[in-house]
Design a protein around this ligand. Sequence first.
Ligand code: ADP
Ligand code: MG
Ligand code: ZN
Length: 614
Amino acid sequence: MEIKDKKPVRRSMVFYAVIVLVVLMILNMFVLPSLSERSVVETTYDELLDALDAHEVGEVELNSDYIYYTVKNGDREIICKTGRIFDINEVSRLYESGAKFQEVVPETMSPLTSLLVGYVVPLALFIGLGYFLSRRLQKSMMGGGGGAMAFGKSNAKVYVKSATGIKFSDVAGEDEAKELLTEIVDYLHNPQKYREIGATMPKGALLVGPPGTGKTLLAKAVAGEAEVPFFSISGSEFVEMFVGTGAAKVRDLFKQANEKAPCIVFIDEIDTIGKKRDGSFSGNDEREQTLNQLLTEMDGFEGSKGVVILAATNRPDSLDPALLRPGRFDRRIPVELPDLKGREEILKVHAKKIKLADNVNFYEIAKAASGASGAELANIVNEAALRAVRDGRRFATQADMEESIEVVIAGYQKKSRVLSEKEKLIVSYHEIGHALVAAMQTNSAPVHKITIIPRTSGALGYTMQVEDGEHFLMNKEELENKIATLTGGRAAEELIFHSITTGASNDIEQATKIARSMITRFGMNEDFDMVAMENVGNQYLGGDASLSCSFETQTEIDRKVVELVKKEHEKAYKILEDNIGKLHELAKFLYENETITGEEFMKILLHKPEQIEG
Ligand code: ADP
Ligand code: MG
Ligand code: ZN
C-alpha cells in the first residue's frame, strides 16, 4: 500500500509546481507592471517645461512614446511621466535645464525568443496539463487493467485493518460457531502444529444464518482474537458501475492478502457476487466476471500460506455451487437464532453497556423474547435504556426491559390511537379467548402477559405466548392445540357478540400456515403419509414454499386444511362455551386494567375451580 502511494504523490507534486509556475507568469505579465506604474505621476507637457525652467528636473529618460523624468520635491524625488510631443527644441531645453537625459530604445526580443514565448511555452503547458488531467481521470474512473491501477485513493477504505478490538467474549451464545472458528484462530497463531501432521486448514469458511445473528460480529471477533491483518469488504462493494472494476478489485484484494499473510479476508454478504450463474437473459456480466475472478483467485493460492477467507451470507442456497465445492468455502458454519440460554447471555453482554437495576431477571426477559435475534436483543436492551432516560430515571428496570420487548417485537405503543369502549370490549374478549383456550389445553403454553393497548404494527391486542423451555420438536397434538389457540380469539367474539370482526386476520394467517405445513411438510395426515407436497425455498429468510404435487392433490390439500382448521375452531368454541364464566371474569379484568399478567390470569382462573375441560 505504502509503496503504491508514493508515485501519485510525486506526480501530483510536479502537477502543482506547474500550476504555481503558470500563476507566477500571469502575475509577471499583467499584474506586476501595473503595480510599478502606480507610483508614476502623470503630468502634462507644460508641467515638464515649467519644471525644466525651474531647474527641478533630475534625470530624464525618453522613449518613443513617453518621457519619464524625476522631479526633486524637498528630499524626495518623484517620478513623472508625460506623453512625447514633437518638439524641435527638446534637446536644447533639456540641456539648458542641466538635467541628465538619455533616449531608451525598447528591447526587442529576437524572433526566436518571441516564437518560444508566444507559441512553444503555452503549447507545452497545455499538453502537460492535459496529460496530467487525463492520467488522473483514467485512474479514478477506469480502475484500469492492472492491479496497481485498480485502487485509486478513493477506494483505499475498502481494506480496513481491524481496529475493532472485538473478542469472542463479546459474542454470546453461538458456541458451536465459536468452536469452529477457534480452530482457525489457532491455526493462524501456530501453523507449524498443523503442518507437522500434514493437515491444511480449509481455505474458506462460510458463515450462514438469518440476519442479525452475529455473523459479521463473529468475523470481527476472529480478527480480534487472531491479531493478524483483517481485510474486510462487502460483496456489494465489488459490484460497481464500471465494467471490470469488480474483477480488478478481487485480484488486488488477493494480491495484498498474499503479501500480508498470515491474514484474514472477510467478504460480507457474499451472495451479492456469489449468486448462481444461471445464464438468464438479464445476466449481470459484471457480477459474473467478479465471481469468476474470485473462484480463480481462491484456487490460486496455497492454503499453507495462511490466508483464511471468511464469508457471510443469509442466503446459502442462492450461492453458486462452484463456490461451495471443496477447496473453496468447504466449511460451513451455521449461525442460528439463539436459544433460551443464548438469549440470556446476549442480553447480559449488552446489558453491561447500560446502567441497570440490580434485580433485573434476565431469564424472564429471555423467556419472553422467544425467537428474537441477537440484533433484536441488543435493540431491546437499548430501548430499555432509552425508556429509562425518557422517564428521567438513572437506570433501567425490569419493567423497562419487558416493555421494550414488546416495542421491538410488536412495534411502539401508539398512545394516540384510542380504542372505542365497544372495540376495547371486543378486543378484551378476543384476547382472553386466545389465552383461555391455550390454558385449558394441557399442552399449550401458559400466558405471560396480555395487553389491549394498540400498537403501530397493526396488531390490536397482543398476547405473548411463552413456551416453558425450548423445544425443537413439536408433536401433532401440540400443533393442533396451537391452531385451536389461534382460533380462540374469533371463537370468543362469536360466542359473546354473535358477530365477527376483522381483528382475527393475523390469527387466520398463522393458523392456516400451521395447518398447511402439517399436511404438506410434516407428514401429519394419514392419507398422504410421509410424502412432501411442498418444498421450502429459503429456510433462513423464512422463505416461501412451492407446491410440488398434482392439481388434484392441491385441491385435496386445500380441503384438508380447511377441515383441520374448522375442527380446531369448533374445539376452541366448545372450550370457551364450557368456561364462559371464567371468560367473562377474565375479560372484565383485562377490560378494566388493559393488561393482565400470567400470574393474575392464573389466579382468576384457579380462584374457584368450575368444571375444567381437558
Ligand atoms: P449479521 O448476522 O446480520 O451479520 P451482525 O453481526 O451485524 O449480524 O449483528 C448485529 C448486531 O447484533 C451486532 O452488532 C451485535 O450488537 C448484536 N448481536 C448479534 N448477535 C450477537 C451475539 N451472539 N452476541 C452479542 N451480540 C450480538
Ligand atoms: Mg452482517
Ligand atoms: Zn387474535
